[in-house]
Design a protein around this ligand. Structure first.
Ligand code: 1BN
Ligand code: ZN
Length: 314
């Protein structure tokens, strides 16, 4: 009797145990399924039709040189768009000395939280070069980077980021007169100066710059000034995605907003299409750019982020 009872209770215990094990498995499977579903919902893809609309709106404002009423209007557009996705753009304003006298400039910084305080900055300029002899609206050179960053901010806000991400809209990239001496990269130099002085540069682990990525005939060479490992990750990812006809293996050397970051010791990369025959001409209009080019850069950059994060987060 005793033995029968104990056999029975063993059987019951085994049944309970296996049911429990089944439930535990079931439960964890459910959790996995739910979190995969939440994850899929929470991480939207880069949507170039949204980016295209931002580009169109900024081009419609017209020429947007540093210090102009039109760049003030552009700032309002960027801030409003970021606010609509729940991000606050902090203004970093200053007056800089230029060959044409003092110019009021403003960088916009939107911070997207991540699992660590270590930061990755993703940057681009939103000013256009001042040309008096023709109307320059900078569809690729100015609007493409700003439009791209607004849409990227939307995607990254919904992503689980390993690092804090600063989306930085730089003012004053363009020369006020000529690209020589200090007449260029006002916004990036100012950002790095401030960060060095207030100590926040220490937490900035890398910088990714996008510039002139709208070219409808997109082709971006690797920049020899950029940090090799960052360039390798991004161009390598593009090759894996069979997009190496846009992220070309050929080399070039570019001076741009990444140089002040590199000089301060921040690993940096410039993703730029300088082989753009409308560059600094009145032909840099909406007809010379395409949403598809923005999509390609968005897809490659987002696919590269996990590798960049694992290199930087310990
Ligand atoms: C990029 C877009 N740049 C100016 N507008 C930087 C640059 C200046 C790149 C001179 C190459 C030469
Ligand atoms: Zn330019």
């Amino acid at each position: 009797m005793k033995r029968r009872q104990s056999t029975q209770s063993r059987r019951v215990r085994r049944a309970v145990f296996s049911t429990r094990r089944f439930c535990v498995l079931c439960g964890s499977a459910l959790i996995v399924v739910n979190s995969v579903a939440a994850w899929a919902q929470a991480a939207p893809k880069f949507d170039s039709s949204r980016a295209w609309e931002h580009l169109r709106q900024m081009v419609a404002i017209g020429p947007r040189p540093a210090g102009s009423p039109a760049i003030e209007q552009t700032r309002k557009y960027i801030k409003d768009q970021l606010a609509a996705i729940g991000l606050k753009a902090v203004e970093q304003a200053w007056d800089d000395e230029t060959p044409l006298g003092k110019v009021h400039m403003v960088n916009l910084i939107a911070t997207i939280p991540g699992a660590t305080r270590d930061r990755l900055a993703i940057t681009g300029h939103y000013d256009t070069k001042l040309f008096r002899e023709f109307r320059f609206v900078g569809a690729s050179d100015g609007a493409s980077s700003a439009a791209f960053l607004i849409e990227l901010a939307r995607v990254l806000k919904a992503r689980r980021n390993s690092m804090t991400i600063d989306i930085v809209f730089l003012d004053g990239e363009e020369a006020v007169v000529d690209w020589r001496g200090n007449d260029h990269t006002y916004g990036s130099r100012h950002y790095v100066d401030v960060a060095q002085r207030d100590g926040s540069l220490k937490s900035l682990k890398a910088m990714i710059l996008v510039d002139m990525i709208g070219d409808r005939d997109l082709g971006m060479r690797r920049d020899s000034n950029s940090t090799k490992w960052l360039t390798d990750i991004i161009w390598g990812q593009a090759a894996k995605m069979k997009l190496d006809n846009y992220f070309l293996p050929a080399m070039t050397t570019v001076e741009d907003d990444h140089l002040p970051f590199l000089a301060a010791g921040v690993p940096s990369v410039d993703i730029i299409d300088l082989d753009y025959d409308a560059w600094h001409t009145q032909r840099d209009t909406i007809d010379a750019v395409s949403a598809r080019s923005l999509q390609i850069v968005g897809d490659v950059l987002l696919a590269s982020l996990p590798q960049i994060e694992s290199r930087l987060v310990h």
